[in-house]
Design a protein around this ligand. Structure first.
Ligand code: URA
Length: 194
């Protein structure tokens, strides 16, 4: 059984797919490893690759604002990661083989964190983790229960930035998330960073 530190160390040296060749950093994740709420995006972009942290570019700044709106914070009471941990060149979608090579890290992260709620950000994470035929524009903000874990697809914050008409819907999803947290794991709002 892998421990959290062993998992991070293995991830940092990973050469399971070609994305390792051009990366500056493996972007493993950020936040509280005891979080009850996990956010999963698709893969690091340029800023994330340079800084080694998920969602630190423009989309990440919007994500931080939406988290803040419902009293969540990337370092305190959630954990944020991606399907693939290394940047696909020119921010292309991660290929199926790259996702498959990387998914073991996400499975182990999830096994160790044991979240009660998983939020997927965007189509790639939603179709990979919730259901292959997910229609993100229609089904974002709805709940899917999988083996006692509540999963919600959300719009990707980068997509919301491109289409500001979606901002209201994006905020509504976070409010729906807050309701679920209050219902099943209100201790999220008492957590300090650890
Ligand atoms: N988009 C993602 O899906 N993940 C990041 O970490 C940054 C942008």
């Amino acid at each position: 059984m892998t421990t959290w530190n062993e998992l991070i160390n293995a991830g940092m040296e990973c050469t399971r797919c070609g994305l390792c060749q051009e990366r500056h950093h493996v972007v493993f994740g950020v936040g509280n490893p005891h979080a009850k709420v996990m956010f999963i995006g698709e893969g690091p972009g340029e800023q994330e690759d340079l800084q080694g942290e998920p969602f630190v570019g423009r989309a990440g700044q919007l994500l931080d604002k939406l988290l803040y709106a419902v009293d969540l914070d990337r370092r305190t009471n959630v954990y944020i990661t991606n399907i693939v941990k290394c940047r696909p060149p020119h921010n292309r979608d991660p290929e199926q083989a790259e996702q498959d090579a990387c998914i073991g890290y996400l499975r182990e992260q999830t096994r160790l964190i044991r979240p009660k709620i998983i939020v997927t950000l965007g189509r790639i994470a939603g179709t990979k983790l919730i259901k292959p035929d997910l229609k993100i524009t229609r089904e974002h903000g709805t709940w899917f229960e999988r083996r006692n874990v509540w999963m919600m697809p959300m719009l990707h914050p980068a997509a919301v930035l491109r289409n500001q008409n979606q901002m209201e819907g994006a905020l509504r999803d976070f409010i729906i998330l807050r309701e679920k947290i209050n219902e099943i794991c209100p201790e999220v709002y008492d957590m300090t960073s650890s």
